[in-house]
Design a protein around this ligand. Sequence first.
Ligand code: TYC
Length: 117
Amino acid sequence: MIDLNIIRLGNEDGPEGDDDLERGVATKAKPKTKKPSMYRVLLMNDDYTPMEFVVHVLINIFNKSPEDATRIMLNVHQAGIGTCGIYTFEIAETKVAQVMDAAKRNQHPLQCTLEKV
Ligand code: TYC
């Protein structure tokens, strides 16, 4: 997310006109920053993907510890759906693509999606 912090030279022009050339005081415009929208990456349960593969995905794509990965996998296994993490759009989108690609390459039906938080 790119944000430009505009530097305004001089004060706002009063009745005397273009102050920018008369006084060399540099004032910084109020920095306007926007928080990026966040996206939840969700993993879906299915009957065929091996538990070890899901744990592997959580460790290698979502940077989870083996303990957290196992806990998240078991939660998805019993609840049907679960959160792998919350990221900015580009990162969330990339992780979904990485999971889907790994699942496809290994011929597992594992499904992964994202939703806006
Ligand atoms: N239900 C799968 C099994 O019993 C394991 C599994 C867990 C699959 C989580 C997908 O997102 C998933 N082998």
